[in-house]
Design a protein around this ligand. Sequence first.
Ligand SMILES: Cc1ncc(COP(=O)(O)O)c(C=O)c1O
Length: 362
Amino acid sequence: MIYTTKIYMPDKEKFKAYIDGIYESRCLTNNGPLVQRLEKKLEAYLGVKNLLCISNGTDALQLAYRLLEVEGEVVTTPFSFVSTTSAIVVEGLIPVFADIDGNSYNIDPKNIESVITEKTCAIAPCHVFGNACQIDVIDKIARRHNLKVIYDASHAFDVKYKDKHILNYGDISIISFHATKLFHTIEGAAIVIKDDALYEKAKIVRNCGIDGPDSVVMLGVNARMNEVEAAMGLCMLEEEDIIQKERKASHEFYTRQLKEYVQLQKKNEDATQSYTYFPVVFKSEDEMNRVREALLEKEIAARQYFKPSLDTLPYIEHQSIMVKSRDIASRILVVPMHSGIEPLVSETIIETLKEIRSKNYS
Ligand SMILES: Cc1ncc(COP(=O)(O)O)c(C=O)c1O
């Protein structure tokens, strides 16, 4: 079976060499030398400062709220991976959804201000599928209402907004380095913090509130990355340009083949294009289901990212229905971009749609 994502395995010999070093040093975790090296290399590669490696993206989101010491309601997107919402709930905050734009699939800034109340403390958008949010507009709203901004940039390793890496925006930006991501560390993530003092605090909070031998200075969590994960990251970083080149070619192929048949995500023109995912939206849920079945017959499992729409989660109190998010979630498929499968996927999509549509119009 071909799945939507395929985990990239970097050069085995290089990884083995790191593992040999880890065996020799017996240093497996606790802010080891490989984690520190990866942090410096990522800062240089991405052009960011104050980057810390974290155990995973979900922890990084939770850490962000904890660091900012916010209370109350967080205005967020209903269309993302579940952690964008669950981190808010786990930290004792209340997610309040603002519906997405039906073309970019990102939170629509026009819907943000109407749900801001005196209880709102932050805005938490996601650059979904690596498509940059309307950062300038969101920033203006945040400044007008004195709110923090936490960006979930988990899909945006390859994105610049107005010539700066996208992780530079917001009070805090996080990115997941989960095994399925464009850049990964098996499990892992990074948090990028604008304020220098908060960055220093994050180092302590990430380490259970410990700031030195026998000294616990604040309430913390264990959000440490380990040395094996950092070794994977160092190997991945060396091959990142090749990975991105391949994704770009697949992405461009799909765009050429499919643009007349399906809805493609409308990209933010102030940002560089991400080649991380290829989401396609069909005219109806029925079309999507028929295409998904046709692909499955050929052993290709395209995923319905992101379903469910997060306003339908069982632990969310009833709010207004996020009409656009639910609609896109019901009609979307993210197709695989690997293993040379792109021609077969696009042929299957086109043939299935032609068949369905010819029957509908006859
Ligand atoms: C948008 C988004 N946010 C957060 C996460 C959570 O990251 P992790 O799986 O590293 O906890 C993911 C992971 O897939 C994601 O896609």
